[in-house]
Design a protein around this ligand. Structure first.
Ligand code: TXA
Ligand code: MG
Length: 346
């Protein structure tokens, strides 16, 4: 299959009309959202949904998110919409918040991976909304990467993983947020299953009590069932070993320099993921700036692109840890998984 890339800006209507038609025909279309690129299919068609799992090599026990273009569309998908969910939708939609709630029979079990709940979100991205409207049905879409790889934040990243497997990629430029949406379960006490740009304190300001799932910053023991099936699978891993170094800034830099020298002596190519504030400490070493520690959103925005950017030249990536607070929680959640939880405390 020939994969075509179409520029969303130059062909706004053509791209979304074509994409909408492909979705209605049961095919796959990659499209931009404000978080990462999605790999979309008709969310109400089991066969189309199965094509997503096939193209990604995704384990079929990992459920998908349904994307809607109108808040009203959740009525067909969820078994009732409690006031607390309405308030979340009013506050954060369109935007990077995915809400998990009991599903209706209309939602195929292929989407929910056999669970009795379904995850839904309304993206804050013009092209994504236009595509969903053109498709005239909810679009099921995971991130458009091969399973286990860093999520794509540009159309080029999608092409790297999906070339020849899907007919169309809609190019909307780099994604603004850069990490996937916050996933919030609303079936019991509100619980964040995956942190994102909608932070814990933002959710607490609307809901009061909100819990954090325990697997967010640590690996799940082998014998436990995760609240979010996606958490147990290998994730975001580039073709290089990532090592996360945590602690006070100066001690982190010293430790990284020491480990860098050791690995270099063994003939390994190393790269350091530093912050604007600390880059000067690594002069003379191979180093990329991920963002500013004072604005963890900026570090989220660049993380996946930098993991893909250096993976072919580096054997080892040393990454500075940041406080796992606010947007820093989403950053550390993705970084620790990319590292397979390989960390050094400086
Ligand atoms: O930002 C995003 O959410 C992107 C863009 C494309 O919208 N999508 C995305 O999808 O990240 P995906 O499939 O890569 O991640 C969905 C996550 C997985 O961790 C999955 O386990 C969880 O949401 N999830 C989906 N449905 C669930 C459910 N019913 N219960 C618990 N977790 C669920
Ligand atoms: Mg994903």
């Amino acid at each position: 299959m020939q994969t075509q890339i179409i520029d969303a800006k130059q062909t706004e209507t053509a791209g979304t009309q074509w994409g909408g038609r492909l979705i209605r025909e049961g095919q796959l279309v990659a499209f931009p959202t404000e978080t990462v690129y999605g790999l979309g299919a008709n969310g109400l068609d089991p066969e189309a949904v199965l094509r997503i799992f096939e193209a990604k090599g995704r384990p079929n026990d990992n459920p998908l998110i349904l994307h809607v273009a109108r808040k009203n569309d959740v009525k067909k998908l969820w078994d009732g919409v409690p006031t607390q969910i309405l308030r979340l939708m009013d506050t954060f939609w369109p935007g990077p918040l995915t809400i998990v709630y009991r599903k209706t029979e209309q939602v195929p079990s292929e989407v929910s991976a056999g669970l009795d709940t379904v995850a839904v979100r309304m993206p804050a991205q013009k092209t994504a909304l236009a595509l969903i409207r053109a498709a005239e049905r909810p679009i099921a879409a995971p991130s458009a990467n091969l399973s286990g790889r860093p999520s794509p934040t540009t159309a080029q990243h999608v092409l790297m993983d999906m070339d020849g497997k899907i007919p169309l990629i809609i190019d909307g430029g780099p994604c603004r947020v850069g990490v996937e949406s916050t996933v919030l379960s609303m079936t019991g006490v509100p619980t964040v299953l995956r942190p994102g740009a909608v932070t814990l304190s933002m959710l607490r300001s609307v809901l009061g009590e909100v819990r954090l799932d325990k697997s967010i910053l640590s690996p799940l023991p082998e014998n436990e069932t995760p609240a979010s099936p996606g958490m147990k699978h290998k994730h975001y891993a580039p073709n290089a070993q990532v090592v996360v170094v945590t602690g006070e800034a100066r001690a982190v830099a010293d430790k990284i320099l020491q480990e860098y020298a050791k690995e270099e002596q063994r003939g390994k190519n190393c790269v350091i993921f530093a912050a604007e504030e600390t880059q000067a400490l690594y002069r003379g070493r191979s180093c990329v700036i991920i963002g500013s520690k004072s604005a963890p959103e900026s570090m989220c925005a660049n993380l996946f692109a930098q993991l893909r950017g250096v993976e072919n030249d580096a054997d080892v990536i040393f990454a500075e840890g940041i406080p796992a607070e606010e947007a820093g929680l989403a950053f550390m959640n993705r970084l620790l998984r990319a590292a397979g939880f390989c960390t050094i405390q400086a």
